[in-house]
Design a protein around this ligand. Structure first.
Ligand code: ADP
Length: 604
């Protein structure tokens, strides 16, 4: 082997390796990949032809030797052209304007290589090629690089980043090897330089896998941004809708309790309340699903009385069934412990969702609610089944039941209200509580949904929230509560009006103010028994006001309840950790207000 072939020999190993690595994997179909494929292949062929040329220089065969020489030079030309096109493409994506230019330039240079004569020259290191075509290749390389620099400047200036690293290496190495090549013509360095640059491109910068990872990362960041924007939007929307809804339900609730109300007005008020309830259900559903998707929904465990929940469920289902000719059959296993430890709000939500669906999608017959238990050690498995004689679900549609916003049999359901979120939320909640949800259904006959959730058994003497057991009628004439003073802090006048209206029913003295600053002033001179504080207020939020109240007054003892439309899941825990004593979401629910009044104003 001649000394001059030392570098091409090393290069050929690398080039074969690169071809194997590159073609052994499936690649994304994009322009960079297509161009790079040409680079890898043309470089390998150029090296093979360089070998062949060296052979022919020693064993000259007319015409055939010339053809091999010219093909070799054309391969060099192909490599440099594609390399510069590739670099132009990644620095300036809309390289299409340059396409006719590239085609023209490559054609001219190729024709020049083909028509001008070429010959070999022997040196101490081995043979070398001489003649005009060699200079044409040099000229092509030089002019293409100049054009690339021009394109960069034209676009936004040339600056160094990792994308331009291969071309920088090529420029520097190209200059060095060209000089060496001129001084020591037999040392074949040009093609190995191209191998090196192709190699650098693959392993450092433009490895298509790296592009893919970068694109995936970018897509991930964009998706995360979009998702958090969606969550923000939903929480704002929740706030915006809840505020007017608070006024609607608040006044309707107050009106409902008005004595001497004509029957027709009473019915209208009930309809207003029902419509507001549906609206609130929709808002809550959308918020729940977005929280679940953002992995922000947490399971909050507490001790609770399951029988209280079962009772509530039966009452709510009865009202949902309304006038329909449906019998509600309830079978509850009485061995279920009196106190369980778990997230009672979510357990209730899950069972209520399937009961509500049973009531919605059944026109006549019966709904059977069966609650069984399986006790193992300190764990009680609640097995809740809801069977109905409703419209049923087609076998092939069962899989779609849990897709969000998916409603089956839309044509039959047009008169039944729904968003298609209930079961998607139910399933996620059951998963979060490590439970199971099974559906059986016969189309046209009925469905059965079975949920099993494990709950811890709590000692039956643990103290439960006494507010669970209160009766509204008792509260309204409670001597302890009458005359107590409450401060309502809210920047929205309408909200103050609603709260005042609702609180007056208990015989409470209600004072109000519209900002945190006013609240701080009032507290200096008046002692209240309870404060209801809105959180989202301009300049000073409710949370900031609470912190100031506690800072200014080391023995500040008045309970402060956050009264907020910011009601997405997880907010209660956040507000309690900020120092609020309780959390009352808007729209204010009578029952929740009752329990707060009972807890803080009833001395018994
Ligand atoms: P929706 O708000 O529409 O009730 P869900 O997610 O709760 O949303 O339910 C999704 C779909 O599953 C419903 O639109 C309905 O077609 C079907 N479905 C749910 N429960 C029942 C049931 N008990 N009987 C018949 N179809 C049901």
């Amino acid at each position: 082997m001649t000394t001059g072939l030392f570098f091409p020999t090393c290069a050929i190993f690398f080039s074969i390796l690169l071809n194997v690595i590159y073609f052994s994997k499936q690649r994304v179909k994009n322009t960079e990949n297509k161009l790079y494929r040409f680079l890898v292949v043309s470089n390998l062929f150029a090296l093979i032809f360089e070998y062949a040329c060296t052979f022919f220089s020693n064993n000259y065969i007319p015409i055939i030797s010339d053809i091999f020489l010219k093909i070799y030079l054309i391969l060099l030309l192909v490599w440099i052209s594609i390399f510069v096109i590739y670099m132009t493409y990644i620095t300036k994506k809309n390289h299409k304007i340059l396409k006719p230019f590239w085609i023209g330039a490559i054609s001219v240079f190729t024709i020049a290589v083909l028509i001008f004569p070429i010959s070999f020259e022997q040196t101490v290191y081995g043979p070398t090629i001489t003649g005009v075509p060699v200079n044409v290749v040099y000229l092509a390389s030089f002019s293409f690089i100049i054009i690339w620099i021009g394109v960069c400047f034209f676009n936004r200036g040339l600056y160094f980043n990792k994308k331009v690293l291969p071309i920088m290496v090529y420029i520097v190495l190209g200059m060095i090897t060209s000089i060496i090549q001129k001084l020591i013509p037999g040392l074949l360095l040009i093609t190995p330089t191209e191998t090196l640059v192709t190699f650098i491109m693959y392993f450092t910068i433009e490895n298509p896998d790296i592009i893919m990872i970068e694109e995936l990362n970018l897509a991930k960041v964009q998706a995360e941004k979009a998702n958090s924007a969606k969550t923000d939007f939903l929480s704002n929307m929740s706030h915006e809708i809840r505020t007017p809804l608070n006024a609607i339900t608040g006044f309707a609730e107050a009106l409902k309790e008005e004595k001497d109300l004509p029957e027709r007005v009473k019915e209208d008020v009930n309809d207003i309340l029902m419509a507001s309830e549906s609206l609130l259900e929709i808002v809550n559903g959308v918020l729940d699903i977005s929280k679940i998707e953002a992995n922000k929904l947490e399971i909050v465990n507490n001790n609770y009385n399951p029988y209280k929940i079962f009772n509530d469920l039966v009452t709510l289902t009865k009202s949902r069934i309304g006038e329909k000719p449906i019998e509600l059959i309830v079978k509850i296993d009485e061995t279920i412990p009196k106190v369980l430890y778990g997230d009672h709000t979510r357990v209730k939500q899950v069972i209520l969702n399937i009961l509500t669906n049973a009531a919605k999608y059944t026109n006549e017959g019966h709904i059977e609610l069966k609650i069984d238990s399986l006790i193992k050690g300190d764990i009680c498995r609640l097995i809740v089944s809801v069977a109905d004689t409703g419209i049923g679900i087609k076998r092939d549609k069962i899989d779609k039941l849990f897709n969000k916003f998916e409603r089956l049999d839309e044509d039959r359901n047009t008169t039944i209200e729904g968003t298609g979120l209930g079961l998607a939320i139910t399933k996620k909640l059951v998963q979060l509580m490590h439970g199971e949800l099974v559906v059986q259904s016969v189309y046209g006959k009925g469905s059965k949904f079975t949920v099993s959730i494990d709950q811890k058994i709590a000692p039956s003497d643990v103290k439960l929230d006494k507010t669970l057991e209160i009766k509204r009628e008792d509260l309204l004439k409670d001597e302890d509560i009458i005359g107590k003073s409450v401060l309502v802090v809210d920047d929205n006048k309408l909200n103050i009006k609603v709260a005042t209206r609702l609180l007056k029913d208990y015989g409470i003295k209600v004072d109000s103010c519209q900002s945190g600053f006013e609240c701080l002033e009032k507290i200096k001179s008046i002692k209240y028994d309870l404060i209801f504080m809105d959180d989202m207020m301009p300049k000073m939020s409710g949370t900031e006001t609470l912190h100031k109240l506690k800072e200014n007054n080391s023995n500040f003892e008045t309970p402060v309840v956050v009264l907020t439309a910011n009601a997405i899941a997880g907010m209660e825990e956040k507000y309690l950790s900020e120092g609020f004593d309780s959390y009352l979401p808007k729209p204010i629910e009578r029952k929740e207000l009752d329990s707060i009044i009972n807890k803080y104003l009833n001395n018994e």
